[in-house]
Design a protein around this ligand. Structure first.
Ligand code: SAM
Length: 341
C-alpha cells in the first residue's frame, strides 16, 4: 500500500512533510528510549495518523512474510475466525484482507483514536470484508462461532503486561495464537515468560520444535528475520528517517491446541552468520533425546553446486533446515550436510 493511498483518509492532516517526519521520530523515540510515554501516541489523532503513515505501512508486509515462515497458508485463513488483538489503525487486519478480502476479522484495541482510524481504512479499502472494530470494553459482543479462533498479537503484546496477554488468550477462547512482535532482547525475555504460561494450554508450533524447555542461554536471545519490500513513497519516508524497514528482526511465536509434529533432523535456525570462504556457519535449535538443544553447524560449500549455494545464501534466522551430523569438531561445532525434503 502507498502513502498517497492512505493520506486522504488520515484522522489528522499534516501541514508539511517535516511535521509528519518529526511526529514519526517522536513516536520512534518513545518506542525505543522513553517507554514510559509509550501509550501517548495511541491517544491523539496526530500521533495515530503518523503511526499509520510509517508503522502501519511498513508493518503490513510483515504479516504475509510471517505467515509464510510458520507455514500458515492463505487458503487456510478462512477456516478461522480471526481476532487482531491490539490492531492499532488496522495494520494486520488490512494485511489479512490483502490476502483474502472475504475473511472474518474482529479487531480490538484499547484506544478509541486507533479504532476510528482502523474503521476508516478498512471500510474504504476492503468493503467486502466481514470486519468489526471493537473497544476492549465491548469484548462481550464477540460471539463464539463454529470456526476455530485465531488470535494475532501484532506489536501489541509488547505494550501489555503478561497477565493481560494471557487473559486475552483465555477470555477470547483462542484455539490458536500467533505473536508477531519486535525482534528485541527485551521482548524475547517477555516471550519466554509467556511461552511457559501458554504451554499450560497450548502446544508451540513455531519457532520451537517441541514444548520442552528453551535452551537459549540467559544473555542470548532467539529471533527471526523477515525481508520485505515497500512502495516507493514508503521507502522514501524510511530513508528520510534513516530506518531500514526491509530487513526486519522479529519475534514470531505460534501456539495451537493441536500437536506439533516435527520431522527428524529438523533444525530451526537461530543465527545465520555470513558465509565464510569454505562453509556456512549456522546456529540452530533442535529437539533431540527429549531436550531442545543448541546446535552449531558447519556446512562445507564444496559439496554444493553454485545455484544451490546462491539459494542457501538467502537463508534467514527462523528458517527450518534438515541437517545430518557427520563429525564433531574440536571447537564444539558439528560438521554435516543439509538434507533435501
Ligand atoms: C504498536 S501498536 C500495534 C498496532 C498494530 N497491531 C501494528 O502491528 O501496527 C500497539 C497497539 O496495541 C494497543 N494496546 C495496548 N495495550 C492494549 C490492551 N491492553 N488491549 C488492547 N490493545 C492494546 C495500542 O492501543 C496500540 O494500538
Amino acid at each position: 500500500m502507498k502513502l498517497q493511498d492512505i493520506t486522504p483518509l488520515l484522522s489528522y492532516t499534516f501541514s508539511s512533510e517535516k511535521e509528519l517526519l518529526d511526529t514519526i521520530k517522536e513516536i520512534g523515540h518513545n518506542f525505543t528510549l522513553n517507554r514510559r510515554e509509550i501509550g501517548k501516541y495511541t491517544q491523539d489523532e496526530k500521533y495515530v495518523s503518523a503511526y499509520a503513515c510509517f508503522y502501519l505501512l511498513t508493518n503490513i508486509p510483515k504479516l504475509k512474510a510471517a505467515l509464510e515462515k510458520i507455514n500458515l497458508f492463505k487458503n487456510e485463513l478462512s477456516s478461522y475466525e480471526i481476532i487482531d488483538i491490539g490492531m492499532g489503525p488496522g495494520t494486520f487486519s488490512m494485511a489479512l484482507f490483502d490476502l483474502d478480502p472475504h475473511l472474518d476479522v474482529v479487531g480490538i484495541d484499547s484506544s478509541f483514536p486507533m479504532i476510528k482510524q482502523a474503521k476508516k481504512f478498512i471500510h474504504y479499502f476492503y468493503p467486502t470484508g466481514q470486519f468489526k472494530a471493537l473497544h476492549i470494553s465491548e469484548l462481550a459482543q464477540i460471539k463464539k462461532k463454529s470456526k476455530p479462533r485465531l488470535g494475532i498479537f501484532g506489536h501489541s503484546a509488547n505494550e501489555m503486561d503478561d497477565e493481560r496477554v494471557i487473559d486475552y488468550c483465555h477470555q477470547l477462547e483462542l484455539d490458536r495464537v500467533i505473536f508477531i512482535e519486535p525482534g528485541t532482547k527485551d521482548f524475547f525475555e517477555k516471550m519466554i515468560r509467556l511461552r511457559t504460561r501458554l504451554l499450560e494450554n497450548f502446544n508451540i508450533l513455531y519457532p520451537c520444535l517441541s514444548n520442552l524447555n528453551c535452551p537459549i542461554a540467559k544473555d542470548d536471545w532467539c529471533h527471526q528475520y523477515l525481508k520485505v519490500s515497500h512502495e516507493v513513497d514508503v521507502e522514501r519516508i524510511s530513508q528520510l528517517l534513516h530506518k531500514d524497514r526491509r530487513n526486519l528482526p522479529i519475534i514470531i511465536h505460534d501456539y495451537a491446541k493441536k500437536n506439533n509434529v516435527q520431522k527428524e533432523q529438523a533444525v530451526r535456525l537461530i543465527r545465520v552468520q555470513p558465509r565464510t570462504k569454505f562453509s556456512f556457519e549456522w546456529v540452530g535449535c533442535c529437539s533431540f533425546e527429549k531436550k531442545n538443544k543448541i546446535l552449531e553447524m558447519q556446512i562445507m560449500t564444496r559439496r554444493y553446486k553454485k545455484s544451490k549455494i546462491k539459494e542457501l545464501q538467502k537463508t534467514l534466522a527462523g528458517d527450518l533446515v534438515f541437517f545430518k551430523a557427520e563429525q564433531n569438531l574440536p571447537d564444539g561445532k558439528i560438521r554435516g550436510e543439509l538434507i533435501e525434503f
